[in-house]
Write a protein that binds this ligand. Sequence first.
Ligand code: CA2
Length: 155
Amino acid sequence: MLHVLVIHGPNLNLLGSREESVYGTTTLDTINGMLVKLGRELGVDLDIRQSNHEGELVTWIQEARNGYHGIIINPAAYTHTSVAIRDALLAVEVPAVEVHLSNIHRREEFRRHSYVAGVTLGQISGFGPIGYLLALRGLYEHLSLRIPNVPAPGS
Ligand code: CA2
């Protein structure tokens, strides 16, 4: 079975309760439930975490070395500031997909630069909660081509 670590960064625990015009009305619990459902369909075990603390996010990324096949991460505001998160993703050599609910490229200038984009498999930005599902499907397809005995999607 594939094991994927899902990491939500700072303030994402507030989803659905504030700034609905930017981030929508879906709560983090609902997003996590959608992910778990898709994970079950694909046969992917998900470990889902959220933290407001940069160091904790770094520690969790480091833990991905121990038995995780991939990472899905929305580093939230740390996307635009954190060399530490970039370095951790680079160090662990576990394929990671970066997710953003909003399209960071059509927002304020400071959000257009991501420190992590250059060390991830790819970035999904602007699809709202569905972006997490796209990330899981993309990661699954990527891993199924590289890891023996992972069924190809749709088989
Ligand atoms: O679009 C995204 O997913 C972001 O990663 C969200 C971050 C933001 O700093 C990035 O530029 C883009 C902010 C997450 C804060 O989420 C909130 C949710 C509800 C209320 C307040 C904040």
